[in-house]
Write a protein of this length. Structure first.
Length: 200
C-alpha cells in the first residue's frame, strides 16, 4: 500500500510539472508574439524657437500621411553613430521659416538608421501627431530616405532616413493676411514623430 501511494504521488507530481510547463508556455508565447509584432515607434519632440522676421508669401506647404500597421513587422532605430535612437528629443531646434527656402537636416536626431529585423521587406513612413504650437503658426514635416532611394527595407537591410520639422507663420501663404506675432519672440512647441513599418 505504501508503494502504491508513492507511485500515486509521483504521478501527481509529474502532472503538476506538466501543468506548470504548459502554463509557462501559455504566458510566454503571447509575449514573444507581441515583441515580433512591434511596428511603430513614437518619438516625443520638444523645445523652444524664435519667431522669424517678416515673412513673404510663397509656396504651399506639403502634407504627410501615415499607413496602417501590418503584423509580423519589427525594426530597430539607431543614430548614425550606432547608438539607440532616443525616446525623446528635448531642446530640439525647430526650423521657423519666412520664405520657404531650402533647408537640410542639421540637428541630432533628424538623421537615423532603420534596420529591418523582421522576415519580410518593409516600407517605412513617418508622420507628426499631437502638434502643439502657437495658433498663429502652421506646421510641416518633411521626411524621406537620406540617400534619395526607396523607403523599402529588405530583410536584414538598413536605410538612412531623415526628417525636417518646420513651423511657418499662418499668414505666410496669404498675401493679404495680417501678422500676429512679434519677430524675435520665443515660443515653446512639442509634437510626436510616429515612425511606422508596414509589409512591402
Amino acid at each position: 500500500m505504501g508503494s502504491n501511494s508513492f507511485f500515486g504521488g509521483e504521478i501527481v507530481r509529474k502532472k503538476l510539472l506538466i501543468l506548470a510547463v504548459v502554463l509557462i508556455l501559455v504566458i510566454a508565447i503571447p509575449l514573444v508574439i507581441a515583441s515580433i509584432q512591434e511596428q511603430q515607434r513614437t518619438i516625443q519632440v520638444s523645445g523652444n524657437a524664435k519667431y522669424p522676421g517678416t515673412p513673404s508669401p510663397t509656396a504651399t506647404p506639403t502634407s504627410t500621411s501615415s499607413r496602417s500597421s501590418t503584423a509580423s513587422i519589427s525594426y530597430s532605430l539607431t543614430l548614425p553613430n550606432g547608438t539607440a535612437y532616443p525616446a525623446a528629443l528635448t531642446d530640439f531646434p525647430l526650423i521657423v521659416e519666412v520664405d520657404n527656402g531650402p533647408v537640410s537636416p542639421s540637428a541630432v536626431g533628424e538623421v537615423f538608421n532603420v534596420t529591418n529585423t523582421s522576415d519580410v521587406p518593409i516600407n517605412m513612413t513617418m508622420a507628426a501627431t499631437n502638434v502643439n504650437l502657437p495658433s498663429n503658426l502652421g506646421f510641416n514635416l518633411a521626411w524621406g530616405n537620406y540617400d534619395g532611394g526607396s523607403l523599402t527595407v529588405g530583410v536584414g537591410q538598413s536605410i538612412t532616413m531623415w526628417f525636417i520639422p518646420t513651423a511657418y507663420p499662418s499668414t505666410m501663404y496669404y498675401p493679404n493676411g495680417t501678422l500676429t506675432y512679434t519677430p524675435g519672440a520665443t515660443f515653446s512647441y512639442s509634437f510626436d514623430i510616429v515612425i511606422t513599418g508596414t509589409q512591402a
